[in-house]
Unconditional design. Structure first.
Length: 589
């Protein structure tokens, strides 16, 4: 093997690893929505968790990525350790599909329709089709499909290049001597573990072994211990990810490690014990298909042996990372581990945004309650919730900015921009809650009271604000378009209420029925309520724009109003009748 063969080998390895990354990233991006839906179906049932891990890993072609996500979910309190155990076991099996795809490189046949399955035959065609999709298609999903095809073609080309570069090694006595050492189970397992830990991908490590097997120099005796070691080495990504995480997250990473180490010990011990009596011919040459079979059989044996012992694995992890006295672990709302999977990070950001929105609306409603029944305890509760909302906004804003630097789908990118606006609106609503609570406090301390007329008018305004808050929250949390479209007509009614109540107040002031001090209080209260409705309108508008990407909301609403759209008009008239002020003479500040 010459120096030029070494250069070719390194180039082939580079193409192989890059192709695998390109294909994996494109698969993850294109399957982002489905991935979020799958991960939303968390369950305490071990078998269902296993199916979940299996499905996710088959989609994104990486058990390491799945287990890193699991560590993040556990650290965020979304997933329990028991749920994580099932998902991790499923991920271990799901990654074996890559070896089966790569085993196509070992196809040898003169029959044309069988030869069509050989990568050297179809990879150039896939690359061509992929480039066509990337260059000439505007549809993002088709572009992602093009990236998947190009990544797969590069991966297979790299594998062919590697196998061609190492082909001279088949006749090399030195290479044969090195491989003989790998046949020692302990050495082989260590080599497989270390190499996979370095490149942090068992799929890539198995693929490289498959490329070497094409030389005809790799035997079953060499491949089996290396494959067992590769399954241990893949745990390094999760272990690194768990550094600095909470106790349960570290335990989840340890469950992954213990599963593979215990499986390696039991399966290898059992196999070599049987081999001592049965004397299998392990010197027989192995091909890529044989490696895929060994890889899958090992994982299946591991599952059969250890799946019934899942609780013992959890207990072992808990013994390794024990609870301390008075240990109250705080779940991390936004785990940066999710940033490696932008679709999941976006879904987590949305979930936390919903929590923030609910907290903001809660603080506003508590402040409105203080207007009729002020207590210092209630005031403290409003301020505490507003402080929490501020912390939510700071964390979410930082997190969303970090997500924005990732490669996002057009839909996720659009949603991210709107989320940034929405969390700003909900934060401002909580600020108005503090202002309204302060108004209630001032009235209580100064013993100020509104007249019966003013109270009736304020009650109407407050009721309308309650409804617009509920509508905006529901529109955002449930992506309810019907409710979202109903927010703007109600906001227009609240604007009219604000103007009418202020006008009536001026009239009462001129008649000497109201004090200037109460007038200031009323004006502050009405201004805060009207601005709350404005923020609710902004939220609903963002929800509508997220659902209809190309929609210009302001242009759309202006069109509805100017053209007298029946749906908008009916909704407006309904709210106008529902929140009509009492007649002027029916009931002084």
């Amino acid at each position: 093997m010459t120096i030029f063969d070494v250069f070719t080998l390194l180039g082939g390895l580079a193409m192989f690893l890059y192709g695998m990354k390109l294909m994996g990233d494109a698969l993850e991006k294109s399957a982002g929505r489905q991935l979020k839906n799958i991960l939303a179906k968390l369950t305490s049932n071990l078998f269902n968790g296993f199916l979940l891990g299996l499905g996710v890993t088959m989609i994104i072609q990486s058990s390491s990525a799945t287990t890193v996500m699991v560590v993040g979910f556990v650290n965020s309190g979304i997933m329990t350790l028991h749920q994580a155990t099932g998902v991790i076991m499923g991920a271990n099996l799901g990654t074996s599909i890559t070896a089966w795809i790569l085993s196509l490189s070992g196809i040898e046949s003169e029959v044309w329709y069988i030869s069509m399955f050989k990568p050297s035959t179809f990879s150039p065609l896939l690359a061509f089709l992929g480039i066509i999709l990337i260059m000439f298609q505007k549809n993002e999903k088709r572009k992602d499909l093009g990236m998947i095809l190009v990544g797969f073609a590069i991966l297979m080309t790299g594998m062919e290049t590697m196998s061609g570069a190492v082909d001279p090694l088949a006749e090399s006595p030195e290479f044969q001597a090195v491989l003989t050492k790998f046949a020692n189970p302990i050495v082989g397992i260590l080599i497989g573990t270390v190499f996979t830990a370095i490149i942090q991908s068992s799929s890539a490590s198995v693929g490289i072994l498959q490329a070497l097997s094409l030389t005809g120099a790799v035997s079953y005796g060499v491949a089996i211990p290396v494959i067992i070691g590769q399954n241990i080495g893949t745990c390094v990504s999760a272990m690194i990810s768990s550094i600095g995480a909470g106790k349960n997250a570290r335990r989840a990473a340890l469950v992954h490690l213990y599963f593979n180490i215990i499986a390696a010990v039991i399966v290898s011990s059992g196999f070599y014990a049987v081999n001592a009596f049965a004397d299998f011919d392990l010197s027989h040459r192995i091909d890529p298909l044989g490696i895929a079979i060994v890889h899958t059989v090992f994982k299946l044996f591991a599952l059969v042996i250890l799946m019934p012992c899942s609780r013992l694995l959890e207990k072992l992890a808990m013994l390794t990372v024990p609870d301390s006295k008075n240990d109250a672990e705080q779940a991390q709302l936004l785990d940066e581990r999710f940033l490696a999977t932008p679709a999941v990070a976006m879904e987590r950001a949305r979930t936390v945004s919903v929590e923030m929105a609910e907290l903001s609306v809660s603080s506003l409603k508590k402040s409105l309650a203080l207007l009729s029944n002020y207590t210092d305890k209630g005031m403290e509760a409003v301020r505490a919730e507003e402080d929490r909302v501020d912390k939510y906004e700071d964390a979410l804003g930082t997190y969303l900015v970090k997500i924005s630097s990732s490669e996002l789908t057009e839909q996720d990118s659009h949603e991210l921009t709107k989320l940034l606006h929405i969390i700003g609106d909900f934060e401002r609503i909580s600020d108005h809650a503090v202002n309204i609570a302060a108004t209630a406090q001032e009235m209580a301390e100064k013993k100020l009271t509104f007249s019966e007329k003013a109270l009736h008018e304020i009650e109407v305004m407050v009721a309308a604000v309650h409804e617009i808050l509920d509508n905006a929250l529901k529109a955002f949390c449930d992506s309810d378009m019907k409710i979202a479209f109903a927010v703007e007509p109600l906001e227009e009614v609240i604007d009219i209420l604000n103007a009418k109540i202020k006008k009536r107040h001026v009239a009462r002031l001129q008649r000497g029925e109201c004090t200037i001090e109460l007038g200031f209080v009323l004006n502050d209260l009405l201004t805060n309520l009207e601005r709350v409705s404005d923020h609710c309108s902004n939220v609903a508008g963002c929800v509508i724009e997220m659902e209809h990407d190309a929609l210009d909301l302001h242009e759309y609403l202006n069109k509805l109003k100017s053209e007298g759209n029946s749906r908008y008009t009916d909704c407006y008239n309904s709210y106008k009748a529902k929140y009509a002020l009492p007649p002027k003479d029916a009931v002084t500040v």
